[in-house]
Write a protein that binds this ligand. Structure first.
Ligand code: MG
Length: 334
């Protein structure tokens, strides 16, 4: 039996997060898991109700009753990776290769040129822009970014576009600018023929629409070339099989969660990079500036788009995690 404790926390967004969430504080919980051999590992649990996840309390109550949600299953899977490294006194960011991250522009309307300049100076070369609210304005912003900076962009439409909006969006770009759009994530709700048409306009990546895809349908290549893996939400081994079978590339992403969740995304990205060096593209493990800072953020030692180190064993944060107030699942009101 694994013994599990929890610690609830709140993250305060700096601005509206993408097309699906507003600026209200977001709640999650850290989990501490102890295996029968006394090995301890930590993970994050960060539901997104906007994506249909049950409330945080429902995940925890389920866990206290031995019913594991998909998110909790992933958290325990990640905690075990952390525990294994901690038991060997190894640090994930020394053990695995470094993975480059993109920089997320979650609200282009409040994104100053000075931050773009600063991030470029730090070494970021790929920027992801959350789109889906006003495609013409967003296209004009991206065109301006591309003209002023030698960068590549990834766009996330969060399933909000129609085919004609995608065509109209793409028309804002010259051929050479268009070539620097690495991909568009989730252009529209999954529909094989609509995606296939859209992929003739811009290269596509599969993120949240993953759950709707019937993989048996593809006799040849799917209409997307990249799959975004969120280890906090998805079965990584299962996706890897699909990636190998269909010749796809991977970008590992955090779940816009607590720094503990981000560190876990980085651990998985490093592991994948070690075994599939040519398959792993720039990732999105660390998202800075999405939320107000906290003690955990202060432990992230970045070297521009790379994590240099998070001191400690496993995913790091040792002293902070030791000093966290952990509650037993029995403390939950049923
Ligand atoms: Mg996405």
């Amino acid at each position: 039996m694994i013994k599990i404790w929890f610690h609830k926390y709140e993250l305060i967004p700096m601005a509206a997060i993408g097309a699906v969430a507003d600026t209200r504080p977001r709640r999650g919980a850290l989990l501490k898991c102890k295996w029968p051999n006394e090995v301890v590992g930590y993970a994050d649990l960060f539901p997104w109700m906007e994506l249909g996840d049950p409330l945080l309390e429902d995940h925890l109550i389920g866990l206290s009753q031995g019913k594991l949600s998909t998110l909790v299953e992933q958290s325990i899977w990640l905690a075990k990776k952390d525990a294994d490294l901690r038991a060997q006194k190894k640090n994930a960011f020394v053990t695995y290769p470094k993975v480059k991250n993109h920089f997320l522009i979650s609200d282009y309307q409040t994104f100053p040129d000075s931050v773009m300049k600063e991030m470029r100076a730090q070494g970021y070369t790929t920027f992801k822009v959350k789109c889906g609210r006003n495609f013409d304005e967003e296209a004009r912003f991206v065109v301006r970014c591309l003209r002023q900076n030698p960068i590549t962009v990834r766009l996330d439409f969060n399933s909000r576009a129609s085919f004609s909006q995608i065509e109209r969006f793409a028309a804002h770009f010259s051929p050479s600018e268009k070539a620097r759009i690495e991909y568009v994530e989730d252009p529209m709700v999954w529909n094989p023929s609509a995606w296939s048409e859209a992929s003739k306009v811009l290269p596509l990546a599969l993120d949240l629409e993953y759950d709707r895809v019937n993989w048996e349908l593809f006799s040849s290549r799917p209409p997307f070339s990249v799959i975004v893996i969120k280890p906090a939400r998805q079965d990584v081994q299962k996706i890897l099989q699909l990636v190998n079978r269909h010749g796809l590339k991977i970008s590992v992403s955090n779940s816009l969660d607590h720094p503990v969740g981000m560190a876990h995304a980085a651990l998985v990205a490093g592991e994948l990079k070690k075994f599939y060096p040519n398959t792993v593209l720039d990732c999105s493990c660390i998202t800075l500036r999405a939320y107000q800072t906290n003690d955990f953020v202060s432990r992230l030692q970045m070297n521009g788009p790379y994590i240099k180190q998070i001191p400690g064993t496993g995913i790091g944060f040792d002293t902070l995690l030791e000093n966290t107030e952990w509650l037993s699942l029995q403390n939950l009101k049923k």
